[in-house]
Design a protein around this ligand. Structure first.
Ligand code: FAD
Length: 489
């Protein structure tokens, strides 16, 4: 029996469900990765030739190949449409079954169904496994067997399942090394992994940002985070602090397994001092499972509101809305915390979770712009872009999602700033032109006395923008805009 493991969002050699099952079931196991032109070509067509994610994947692939070689195998790397390449490779290598880890995004599900049927037509099997989540869409259900649409009862049921006799099984790592002798040895004439330039892409500032791809990068981050996990609950809301794990890009590309993280959190739950921080962090990992589950059961959320009534909202449109949107993207709204957040995103591809909420709320509820515009911009910019979590986050901010923020709860960008960046440390990091302004006025420079502005060298409207909107007015307009929803409630 010969099988082929197709790596996608799971770029690691340890604790890998599909690789484990393939090794257990077969005599010889080939491993492959495809730089999929169906995904890459649209980026190239749009001129987006510098993408940190492509560089991250590329470098993670190089490491994956090296690690497979240490185990006696190798990675076959191809560049083409995966929907064609995988069936062709299976034919060429005379494969009996292709093994892969399940992907829950609508387009990926379509692609996998097409590949599976092409393989079936050629007499080759297709086996897919749960790997990306702890619990899949149908594993956590209400008492009446329905998917949850509210997070807290979902989380309680999730925790309860983990506490059953079978619980430890869900966090157990998949053995690889034990069966590694079944990996197909590297071919006599090894193919070369295409360079970034051969794929049509340029280097980005990934290394300058000290983002280390691959399993080594993920492990280093986890080791750095675990001693801090006890502080997570307090530190996680303050963007100027190093309070989070920064593992999201690694979870996105599977350079670390969700089981490794959930296990670490679960163990820390029982360690006195770290327990409350670990509980909150585990809860974030559960949000991740939750949004995968929502996307699976409600694929329409990728285009429309989870709650259909919210599709009736009239968003700002036309040229004025375009200008407002561009100012938001460029970090020129005149609200320092929002601007610093948007600059963090542009310069690094990362945005702190608190700021994602503040920036999203500002676009939707202060500028009156359709959440889908923001969702799309985040999708282009975020290193950790994930359809399920990004959509969940945007619909939460728009109040149109499952278990979302009520529509009448509107973040005030100034008070958020005073609360979560009281000393303006984060703001000053991204907006050096505001450095000289005192902590009292840095959150709303237009309210600062003229003399303070002058002393700090700030000329509003010249080297820092005047606010695009007045929050109090915008708030009233938003409540009117959402009145259509209120009527429907
Ligand atoms: P940590 O705080 O260390 O959390 C650990 C992990 O838990 C994260 O890596 C992530 O996988 C998961 N997680 C944390 N918060 C959430 C959440 N609210 N929903 C789902 N999973 C979560 N997360 C993404 O991974 N990709 C996205 O595209 C994305 N877009 C977002 C858009 C908006 C508008 C909002 C409000 C949130 C979004 N999030 C997204 C969730 C969250 O902001 C990021 O996961 C987090 O900031 C990543 O940083 P970290 O790894 O240091 O997080």
């Amino acid at each position: 029996e010969k099988s082929l493991v197709w790596f996608r969002r799971d770029l690691r050699v340890f604790d890998h469900a599909a690789l484990h099952h393939a090794l257990k079931a077969s005599k010889t196991v080939f491993c492959a990765f495809v730089f999929d032109t169906d995904i890459l070509q649209p980026l190239l067509d749009a001129g987006l030739t510098a993408d940190r994610r492509i560089e991250f994947i590329h470098d993670s692939i190089v490491e994956l190949d090296l690690e497979l070689r240490k185990l006696g195998g190798a990675l076959i790397v191809r560049h083409g449409s995966a929907a064609d390449v995988i069936p062709a490779l299976a034919r060429q290598l005379d494969i009996n079954a292709v093994f892969s880890n399940r992907d829950y995004e609508p387009q990926a599900r379509q692609r996998d169904a097409a590949v599976a049927s092409a393989l079936a037509a050629a007499g080759c099997g297709w086996q897919s496994f749960k790997d990306q989540v702890i619990f899949e869409q149908d594993e956590i259900l209400t008492l009446s067997g329905q998917p949850f649409s509210v997070f807290t009862p979902y989380k309680n049921a999730w925790m309860k399942k983990l506490a059953t006799a079978d619980g430890p099984f869900f966090l157990q790592p998949y053995q690889i090394e034990k069966y590694a002798a079944r990996l197909a040895p590297p071919p006599a004439q090894p193919g070369k992994i295409p360079g970034l330039a051969e794929l049509g892409f340029r280097e980005t500032n990934l290394r300058t940002l000290k983002i280390t791809p691959g399993m080594s990068g993920a492990t280093a981050l986890l080791e750095n985070f675990l001693p801090r996990i006890g502080n997570y609950e307090e530190a996680r809301n303050f963007p100027a602090l190093k309070g989070l794990s920064y593992l999201s890009i690694h979870l996105r590309f599977g350079t670390i397994s969700i089981r490794t993280l959930a296990r670490a959190a679960y163990q820390a739950l029982h360690h006195g001092a770290a327990a409350s921080g670990a509980a909150v962090w585990l809860s974030e990992l559960i949000w991740r499972d939750f949004y995968f589950m929502i996307l699976y059961h409600h694929p329409h959320v990728a285009q429309r509101a989870f709650k259909p009534d919210y599709d009736a909202i009239q968003w700002e449109n036309g040229q004025h809305a375009q200008l407002l949107f561009q100012a938001w993207c460029a970090g020129c709204t005149g609200y320092p915390l929002v601007d610093a957040a948007m600059l963090q995103l542009k310069q690094s591809g990362y945005m702190h979770n608190r700021l994602r909420m503040v920036a999203a709320s500002f676009l939707i509820k202060d500028l009156g712009i359709d959440w889908r515009w923001g969702e799309r911009y985040f999708a282009e910019q975020l290193n950790d872009f994930d359809l399920a979590a990004n959509n969940g986050g945007w619909q939460w901010a728009a109040s149109s999602g499952c278990d979302a923020q009520p529509y009448f709860r509107i973040f005030n960008p100034v008070t958020q700033s005073e609360k979560f960046d009281a000393e303006g440390k984060f703001i000053r990091r991204y907006l050096p032109q505001l450095t000289g302004l005192g902590n009292k006025h840095i959150h709303a420079p237009w309210l600062a006395p003229a003399k303070d502005l002058q002393d700090a060298g700030i000329r509003l409207g010249e080297n820092y923008p005047l606010p695009l909107v007045q929050h109090d007015d915008a708030r009233k307009q938003t409540l009117q805009r959402y009145a259509v929803v209120k009527k429907a409630l």
